[in-house]
Ligand binder design. Sequence first.
Ligand code: C5J
Length: 228
Amino acid sequence: MPEIPAEPYPFAFSLADTALVIIDMQRDFVEPGGFGETLGNDVEQLRGVIPPLATVLQTAREAGLFVIHTREGHLPDLSDCPPAKLQRGNPSLRIGDPGPNGRILIRGEKGHDIIDELTPVPGEPVIDKPGKGAFYATDFGAILAAHGISKLVVTGVTTEVCVHTTVREANDRGFECLVLSDCVGSYFADFQRVGLDMIRAQGGIFGWVAPSTAFLSALQNLTPSPVL
Ligand code: C5J
């Protein structure tokens, strides 16, 4: 089985059992005027993730790896948004308020959608999730099961929130997770560093961490299985 050099030790994977997961690469998090910025964050902190992630996505598609995207957001009537989430903090705009890219974090709005650089193609499921974790109140787990997936290569934003929550949920469900260090991003440099440390610490308590170059090299050495 091919291996990716990773910390705390090599990550073994195959095309058949592994999915590339791209978490919440939405305008609302990485472009001005969205949810991330209304919370007081500098979206430029996340934009460095886009070029390496676009390369990973393209290479994964060429290799025939299963790709799945997620989006955090809510129904237009906010019936799936807990009041605690809606009312927390002191943002300049709340979830559901009109912003420059439509209503903040609402499904169907421009700001809620995935950025142009990473637009999903047909065959790549897009999971709409009301929470931080991809498994909560979605069919993410059922789709992975239907495709025989047991290993996740995790990318997207933000490292310490939706990436961490999804990796933790995945661990409790028996998945092995490799997080690509330059393809996940945080608004906070300290959270990025510590968030990655927390995954690979204690012998890989939540999983493995590697740079995207290690994953790309491993993928490029594989050839897709013939379709029977
Ligand atoms: C946040 C996310 N940070 N996708 N969402 O609220 O990480």
